[in-house]
Design a protein around this ligand. Sequence first.
Ligand SMILES: C[S@@+](CC[C@H](N)C(=O)[O-])C[C@H]1O[C@@H](n2cnc3c(N)ncnc32)[C@H](O)[C@@H]1O
Length: 157
Amino acid sequence: MTIKLITIGKTDDKNLKVLIESYTKRLSHYIRFEFEIIPDIKNVKHLSETQQKDKEGELILSKTQKSDIVILLDENGKQMDSVAFSNYLQKHLNSGIKTLMFVIGGPYGFSEAVYKRANGKLGLSQMTFSHQMVRLFFIEQLYRGFTILRNEPYHHR
Ligand SMILES: C[S@@+](CC[C@H](N)C(=O)[O-])C[C@H]1O[C@@H](n2cnc3c(N)ncnc32)[C@H](O)[C@@H]1O
């Protein structure tokens, strides 16, 4: 199985970038992991929030294949602790699917079309994080999840 993480917009913050790269590297020892950044939409000043979400949504949907399981990172999504998340990953590994895709929305979240396509929603907290920070938090949780599955001493229960 491949895990893909799709996000919108580059991170300019060097410290954040370094941490994301570090966890991406660690994670890739456990699973094929692809992290894709969709470039920011140009001339957003002329767009309403809904128009921006729709345009971002089209780009997100263009990255999906019919067979992908698409899970949106969303503050209203289902929340679970890290052990439950590791079991969730194992369930998908066992299911024989080719690609498990997670998506982080843009600054205003997701378009209706993206919600419609999604197979599920996952919440990290009821608090709202910036779309930049969520990348790091989520990649760390993926890494943590695999160390739990391997019984490695990263996660302390
Ligand atoms: C700034 S937030 C957008 C907030 C917007 N109010 C919304 O309706 O989604 C940008 C993206 O970060 C992600 N995000 C932010 N907080 C999150 C949380 N607590 N759990 C999961 N994802 C989160 C989501 O993918 C969201 O689309």
